[in-house]
Design a protein around this ligand. Structure first.
Ligand code: PLP
Length: 393
């Protein structure tokens, strides 16, 4: 079984590039160049240097002793929360900005929902001195004021998307429109393993540093580079794909992807894509998405902004359909409780996204000595308002 992209841009039944004709030249330029450019020694050197000196990699693989005792297994946390800007998203934006420079681009655009990807993009644009325009739904701009301020301070222009529901999908449409109008000088940095080929593959390659490091660290700490389980939360699926990447062909490693059930899978307020979705086309690729019987995208819901997405990347759809990975879901309440537990047992306040992955440990049955790696995709500073309201702090 091939779990990676084929030369036509597909993962089994999923993937491809479903784009308007006007976008074809931009996407084609990227498709023809991305692998060659990424594999150049000079690119690899600069990418790894920045990951080390600017992002602070390798991120530690931390054996969480008290959680391990509680669950009866060795629980390792892959500390993406310690990265510069507080999450895994910077791994991807560093990679894409180096690629954009090598393609001669001088202007960067991005879409953002909660603003985390917008901040990661504005950060690398400041780092390299490139013009940065971030599209963000008007409603999200109101809801996420601190991230809007960060982007502005970093020198980015934040453009409100005022159509439709004034949220992420409308911001994505605006970014696409911008790219069509500026095909020569502009690169569009997509923030997850979604979008038309080659984005899902490109983003997963940049994020694969997570599992590359994990294997080395496990070997040092346990004597084997194969854990029994790896867990990660899934919005679009980039931290999960980075965490799974170098384990995908090790069939002895069980891959667990944790989606956001929101208020419950059957509640009408959920983002549990594999539980609720059907096959279809979203944001340029064929995948699984939440939709009505006549194919309209259903508005997703999760308390965690990063998981509030109606689809998953095409590689995830393939891992789901082939049963290579197990897809489960966790409710808002379960995730918040797991966030508090991790905070009080390990002294680590996780992002609510990452707390979804931690929450699934409660539902697993361990025999006693399994090695379990959980991707702690980000830190919880950005979520303090939500934690405070829920726990009455
Ligand atoms: C954005 C984000 C996610 C969700 O995005 P993926 O592409 O699914 O990884 C998860 N965790 C954190 C901390 C995020 O900021």
């Amino acid at each position: 079984m091939n779990y990676f992209v084929n030369d036509k841009g597909y993962y089994g039944d999923f993937g491809g590039a479903y784009i308007p004709e006007m976008l074809y030249p931009n996407v084609e330029e990227l498709r023809q160049n991305y692998l060659a450019k990424i594999n150049e020694p000079d690119f690899q050197k600069e990418f790894h240097q920045l990951l080390k000196d600017y992002v602070g990699r390798p991120s530690p693989l931390y054996l969480a002793k008290r959680l391990s005792k509680k669950y009866g297994a060795n629980i390792f946390l892959k500390r993406e929360d310690l990265n510069h800007t507080g999450a895994h998203k910077i791994n991807n934006t560093i990679g894409q900005i180096l690629l954009a420079e090598r393609l001669g681009k001088t202007r960067i655009i991005a879409e953002t929902g909660a603003g985390q990807h917008g901040v990661a993009t504005a950060t690398v644009c400041a780092l390299r001195g490139l013009e940065c325009v971030v599209y963000m739904g008007e409603i999200d701009i109101e809801r996420q004021a601190p991230n809007v301020a960060r982007m502005k301070m970093l020198g980015a222009k934040v453009v409100p998307a005022t159509s439709g529901s004034k949220t992420l999908k409308d911001a994505t449409n605006e970014a696409m429109r911008d790219w069509v109008n500026n095909p020569v000088d502009t690169h569009y940095i997509i923030g997850s393993v979604v979008g038309p080929h080659p984005y899902p593959d490109m983003v997963s390659v940049f994020q694969s540093v997570i599992s590359e490091e994990t294997k080395k660290q496990l070997l040092e700490q346990t004597g084997s580079d194969q854990p029994d389980y790896v867990l990660a939360c899934v919005g679009g699926g980039s931290n999960a794909m980075g965490m799974f990447y170098h384990f995908i062909n090790d069939e002895g490693v069980q891959l667990i992807a944790v989606e956001a059930a929101g208020k419950g899978v059957g509640s009408g307020h959920s983002a549990a894509t594999t539980a609720l979705g059907k096959e279809g086309v979203l944001h340029g690729s064929r995948s699984i998405l939440m939709q009505t019987t006549d194919g309209q995208v259903v508005e997703p819901f999760s308390i965690s902004a990063g998981l509030d997405y109606p689809g998953i990347g095409p590689q995830h759809a393939h891992l789901f359909k082939t049963l290579r990975a197990k897809y489960v879901s966790i409710t808002d309440e379960e995730s918040l409780d797991a966030g508090l537990l991790c905070t009080q047992m390990e002294g680590i306040i996780p992002a609510i996204e990452s707390a979804h992955a931690l929450a699934y440990l409660e539902k697993m049955d361990f025999k006693g000595n399994e090695n379990v790696v959980v991707c702690l995709s980000g830190r919880g500073d950005k979520d303090m308002d939500t934690y405070m309201k829920y726990f009455g702090l």
